[in-house]
Design a protein around this ligand. Structure first.
Ligand code: GAR
Length: 226
């Protein structure tokens, strides 16, 4: 019997679900990257916890399967919402989850089930400025450099093994909106690269840390103000 193995074909790609609650610009960056030949993951579904998420239309235009599981009717019954979500993920044989502005906290059970298989992006250089208003927090702290972090999700909010970070300068006259826009541009660069690393098996855990095998070396220092 002759068998052939095609590297980078649909069979070998990790099946990814992106979870959103809003505009979905990180989702769009992931969809665009995953459409490239040889990308090690395919976006199998975009799931929103609200029908009003702008990202749903973008995903549909890209021909991606979308699903709305309204979380509001579940109120504080987080496990109830997650049971429906888990069934949808199982049905589609999802292997990795990417959170893209998904504004609902998970139970420890759900997080533990997806341990090492769920990524999030947060618009700060974690562990600085987790939670709400990260750009306001950065401006109030007077940092000269901020950025974005892709990390594996653990039970603690905006924490967990860091896969990749990207840095941007903070200007003295920045508003939170101006800084958010600068950071968002770097989010769109690092999330696809981080997913590529994880999906191609080039990350590993050492204790609570994530290490990666990457050939690229970037020794450039970002010094602000210069
Ligand atoms: C992004 O800036 C993302 O980093 C942030 O929500 C935004 C979603 O935008 N996530 C968090 O703050 C998580 N704590 P998007 O819907 O355009 O991707």
């Amino acid at each position: 019997m002759v068998t052939s193995i095609c590297r980078g074909d649909a069979v070998s790609k990790r099946r990814v679900a992106i979870l959103i609650s809003g505009r979905g610009s990180n989702m769009a960056a992931l969809i665009e990257a995953a459409a490239e030949d040889g990308f090690p993951a395919e976006i199998a579904v975009v799931i929103s916890n609200t029908a009003s998420a702008g990202g749903l239309a973008i995903a549909q235009r890209s021909g991606i399967d979308t699903l709305v599981i309204e979380s509001k009717p579940f109120g504080k019954d987080r496990a109830g919402f997650e049971a429906v979500l888990q069934a949808a993920l199982d049905e589609r044989n999802i292997e990795l989850i990417c959170l893209g502005g998904f504004m609902r906290l998970f139970t420890a059970d759900f997080v533990n089930h997806w341990n090492g298989r769920m990524l999030n992006i947060h618009p700060s250089l974690l562990p600085s400025f987790p939670g709400l208003d990260p750009h306001g927090q950065a401006l109030r702290a007077g940092v000269k450099i901020s950025g974005a972090t892709v990390h594996f999700v653990i039970a603690e909010t905006d924490a967990g093994p860091i896969v990749m970070q990207g840095a941007v300068p903070v200007h003295d006259d920045d508003t939170a909106d101006a800084l958010a826009a600068r950071v968002l541009a770097v989010e769109h660069r690092i999330y696809p690269k981080a997913l590529q690393l994880v999906a191609s098996g080039r990350t590993r855990f050492e204790g609570d840390l994530c290490k990666s095998t990457s050939n690229a070396v970037n020794d450039q220092a970002l010094i602000v103000p210069e």
